[in-house]
Design a protein around this ligand. Structure first.
Ligand code: ADP
Ligand code: 5GP
Length: 203
């Protein structure tokens, strides 16, 4: 019998470093599966369909929503983002722990569906650092950068709803990824997640 995996939700303002840190976490914990989301935003240079996202047009996304094929979804800065149920179910059936990198509204929906999910908010050390990272990434025009920065305060205000808050200090990606791995390891050892191991001694 294999153990059931648990869900790890990572949210945080744009430019905080979620994508970068999650990539490093997955290298450190290859057994962790990433849920690939669907979105209507256009791919950035270097992004591949099915790897970073499933890139859909609005009609295709709305059809998936109408067919109830999204576990959760939201509209963020003018585009849809959502977790396809198929994707999540495939990973959950494998018994692996699953990581979802999603914004705050989606995170709330996931917590409602799976109260056992572990939620982590990843934040940059300062607003100024966040702005520099977003501008430095160079993937969005300045109006989009401003839109994303103005969402940041609302997102960080919800930090209290999360189980953990991790600060991604400047040039400390390694330490940040390590801290997230430590959280995931510790969560895996929670008594409620170890019942099968204990029961094996009792029969
Ligand atoms: P998010 O996915 O949260 O929007 P990214 O992972 O794309 O953020 O990071 C935004 C930018 O900041 C990228 O150019 C990335 O290389 C850079 N970055 C991420 N973490 C750090 C860090 N700890 N120190 C300096 N730059 C960082
Ligand atoms: P980006 O355009 O920078 O890749 O993502 C923008 C925001 O959408 C980020 O906060 C990211 O975490 C969030 N996001 C990505 N995928 C999903 C998803 O499937 N559902 C939700 N609710 N948010 C998502």
């Amino acid at each position: 019998m294999h153990k059931n995996g648990f869900l790890v939700v990572i949210s945080g303002p744009s430019g905080g470093g979620k994508g970068t840190v999650v990539r490093r976490v997955r290298e450190m914990m290859p057994e962790l599966a990433l849920s690939v989301s669907a979105t209507t935003r256009p791919p950035r240079v270097g992004e591949e369909d099915g790897r970073e996202y499933y890139f859909l047009d609005r009609d295709a996304f709305e059809e998936m929503v109408a067919r109830e094929e999204m576990l959760e979804y939201t509209s963020y800065c003018g585009n849809y983002y959502g977790t396809p149920k198929k994707e999540a179910q495939r990973i959950m059936a494998s018994g692996k722990n699953m990581i979802l990198e999603i914004e705050v509204e989606g995170a709330e929906q996931v917590k409602r569906l799976y109260p056992d999910a572990v939620s982590i908010m990843l934040i940059p050390p300062t607003i100024e650092e966040m702005r520099q990272r977003l501008v430095g990434r160079g993937t969005e025009p300045i109006e989009t950068v401003e839109k994303r920065l103005s969402r940041a305060a609302e997102e960080i205000q919800l930090a209290g709803e999360y189980d953990y808050i991790v600060i991604n200090q400047r040039d400390e990606i390694e330490a940040c990824a390590k801290q997230i791995c430590e959280i995931i390891h510790a969560e895996g050892a929670r008594t409620g997640r170890m019942t099968a191991e204990i029961e094996a001694f009792l029969i």
